[in-house]
Design a protein around this ligand. Structure first.
Ligand code: ATP
Length: 237
């Protein structure tokens, strides 16, 4: 069963077609990786899902209901959250303030503090640094904060845009571990956009390759890891 389904989705910016006729689905409780080169349409796909851009055509269904055409806040309220490319934490605000912003839709204080505890459980480093300005965190810690902030919305589907970008190798492994952990222990479904194909395919259950805005290939993470085409084009084998 899928938690999210895109059917023939196209996105354009004026005359530029960024996503063309894309169909894909995120299996419930699993991790879908979306890999592809620069400009392949990965971010645009996530932006269309979360409602930051309106698809020109096609349908997007979350838990069986159409969400394309809804506003981003409405989509977040339904249970999807995005950790954007480049992290975009608020540098002058504290770690705690950044996290609190992510939970702004939740009025129940008890739920907010339980969610915070859960995030601190997955990211002990953020707990230690909760009073520190977000801008003073390392790149990896800021990435953790961006993921934590998205989790504050208590999503059933988490969208991650390039979480490994610009991180030191050891932090890349740490972020990967946390993504798997959140998926396993919380049962949150994940759509993971990555240029680091190897990393994404290793930790995903299903995967698709986007090329020039179209789905070129799909399969399990394992199938794509061992595909000769993927190895040549994306894994440098
Ligand atoms: P990257 O990893 O570099 O972010 P991507 O796979 O996420 O790449 P997109 O950012 O979705 O790709 O871009 C897909 C295409 O749409 C590219 O050709 C890009 O130049 C174009 N594009 C993206 N955003 C805009 C925009 N705001 N206005 C015009 N064109 C855009």
């Amino acid at each position: 069963m899928s938690i999210l389904e895109l059917s023939n989705v196209s996105v354009s910016y004026g005359p530029v077609v960024a996503v063309h006729d894309v169909s894909l689905s995120v299996p419930k409780g699993k991790i879908l990786a979306i890999i592809g080169a620069n400009g392949a349409g990965k971010s645009s796909t996530l932006k269309a899902i979360i409602g930051l851009i309106k698809p020109r055509s096609g349908e997007i269904r979350f838990e069986g209901e159409r969400i394309d055409g809804l506003s981003a806040p409405d989509i977040v309220a339904r249970g999807i959250a995005l950790s954007p490319e480049g992290r975009r934490v608020f540098p002058r605000m504290s770690v705690m303030e950044n996290l609190t912003l992510g939970g702004y839709l939740q009025r129940d204080k008890g739920v907010v503090s339980r969610t915070l505890e859960l995030i601190f459980h997955h990211f002990p480093r953020l707990k230690e640094r909760r009073s520190q300005a977000a801008g003073s965190l390392s790149g990896g810690e800021q990435q953790m904060l961006a993921i934590g902030r998205a989790l504050m919305a208590q999503p059933r589907l988490l969208l991650l845009d390039e979480p490994s970008l610009g991180l030191a190798p050891i932090m890349v492994q740490e972020v990967a571990r946390v993504i798997v952990d959140i998926n396993k222990s919380e049962g949150i479904s994940v759509a993971l956009v990555e240029q680091n194909a190897k990393l994404a395919l290793k930790l995903s259950h299903e995967a698709v390759v986007l090329e020039s805005g179209e789905v070129a290939l799909g399969g399990t993470g394992e199938e794509l890891l061992t595909s000769e085409y993927v190895q040549k084009a994306y894994l440098g084998v």
